[in-house]
Design a binder for this molecule. Structure first.
Ligand SMILES: NC(=O)c1ccc[n+]([C@@H]2O[C@H](COP(=O)([O-])OP(=O)(O)OC[C@H]3O[C@@H](n4cnc5c(N)ncnc54)[C@H](OP(=O)(O)O)[C@@H]3O)[C@@H](O)[C@H]2O)c1
Length: 251
């Protein structure tokens, strides 16, 4: 199969491209750095010619409310129109578990807009909603840092390794379209404050995590249901502890 991975140079994109190539598929990694731009339309029709499947794992370069909404709306419209013209038979997109519960954030309003465009298009689709990547935990800490402290709520999460997200996306990409949404989560629930505390201490980062029930997650009030999957998610096998011990440079 010819499969185009939009955002193929990103964290998930790179892993997905290599995964699909190992399965013997013809894979094209499309992103601005390879001359494929879903905002300007550059390179889209040439890249999509003959493609059976497109996986969209692009992310917006700027997360400010207006900019991120414009990115996912414009990118989604251009990509879906180009796919319709090329006769693509399956559009797969990566979104986030709990998107509809997190709409106080501009980023999640943009992800919701992306999902709605996909559902409104005539192209068969599968939306994969993943929980937060282990690789994103450092970013959560950074966003909540004030001086030497990191103020976070203790809401439950069920994060997942980027490798496991890429493996699940590869399975979805080569399967039939579901015209539905599937959820993907890590193997175990963990509280956000504990997760970040564990991550910082393993990295010998001196910042101190302060648990604060009123602290926001990227500007959004969260509870134990906000970021965790519903019934019957698919699970990635990698435990945070194991990922952490492999991701930290050994002395
Ligand atoms: N972070 C999380 O915990 C999490 C959880 C669940 C779902 N997700 C979703 O996962 C997806 C992928 O995230 P990621 O962390 O892998 O992203 P990333 O590493 O930031 O990579 C973003 C990719 O998007 C590409 N891109 C940017 N502008 C583009 C454009 N105009 N046209 C085509 N491609 C463009 C980039 O290409 P260049 O390198 O060429 O600029 C890059 O390949 C996102 O949609 C995100 O919402 C994230």
């Amino acid at each position: 199969m010819k499969i185009v991975v939009i955002g193929g140079s990103g964290l998930i994109g790179k892993k997905l491209v290599s995964n699909l190539r190992q399965h013997g598929h013809e894979v094209v990694a499309g992103s601005p750095s390879t001359g494929v731009n879903t905002i300007t339309g550059e390179g889209l029709s040439d890249t999509l010619a003959g493609a059976e499947v497109v996986v969209d794992v692009a992310n917006a370069p700027v997360w400010e409310d207006k900019a991120v909404l414009e990115f996912f709306e414009t990118s989604g419209r251009n990509l879906l129109a180009a796919e319709a013209a090329a006769g693509v038979g399956h559009h797969v997109a990566l979104s986030v578990v709990g998107t509809e519960r997190l709409l106080a954030s501009g980023y999640f309003r943009a992800k919701m807009a992306q999902e709605n465009l996909i559902k409104a298009s005539k192209i068969p689709f599968t939306i994969v909603r993943a929980t937060q990547f282990f690789e994103f935990v450092g970013g959560i800490a950074q966003f909540a840092t004030e001086g030497a402290t990191v103020r976070l709520p203790s809401a439950l999460m069920q994060p997942i390794a980027a490798d496991d997200v890429a493996a699940a996306l590869a399975d979805v990409a080569i399967a039939e379209p579901l015209n539905n949404t599937v959820e993907l989560a890590g193997p175990e629930p963990i509280r956000m404050d504990e997760l970040v505390r564990h991550f910082l201490s393993a990295n010998r980062d001196p910042r101190k995590v302060i648990t604060d029930v009123r602290a926001l997650y990227y500007g959004v009030e969260v509870n134990d249901q906000s970021l965790t999957p519903g019934e019957n998610p698919r699970f990635g096998p990698t435990r945070f502890e194991d990922w952490l011990s492999q991701s930290i440079p050994q002395k």
